[in-house]
Unconditional design. Sequence first.
Length: 229
Amino acid sequence: MTQSLGTSKTSIAIALIFSLLAFNSFSQTTRFNLLVNAVTTNFNYGKSNSALQSYKKNVTGVQLGASFQAGITPMFSIVTETYFMMKGATLKADNPITANKTTLRLYTAEIPVLGRFQLGRVYINSGPYVAYTFAGHVKTDGSQTIPEKSTNVSFTNTADGFRRWEIGAQAGAGYVFRIKKTHLALDVRYVYGLTNISRDIERYNRALNISLLLFKPWKKNLFGRNKNS
């Protein structure tokens, strides 16, 4: 029993040492990344449209842009991003709104500002975002009674219009791997829209973004204390 406790204490001590080494090696730094990702998106239709829940289907879009991390302290940084992102969703056939399968695509520019906390190799981040939708497209499949229909989204103050501006929140976590002199981060993030983007029924954007980011930290941390200071 005593030997078992001694072995457990030794294991815990070794784990703590490695954690401290990981903390020193992966403290917050300043870096710049290009973003080229696939994203999975959908809509939340609100409580008043709960009947649509069983007809929802995800769509896959792309994200293209850039990310900048400004290291403030060894544990904290500010991350700002600017990117193009395809959002949208599909309603399967026999849904109570369009009857036939319908896919809505939105083309947006999005800017999140996140606070990031680094805990060894692991980090967590969250913060608000603002988005602007500059175009959209709706396609409804045809059937024997309803012809196929394909139209552009209207951004007018009418019953079937959409809102261009949107605000929301993002939250997620990541894990950093060291590859020689560079780093590889696996970033998982959830996008939660707070704006009802359409005027006819409730539609709130939802997205899951899984990214692989290859980067090399800057030698000097311009926004906080450097390791050698």
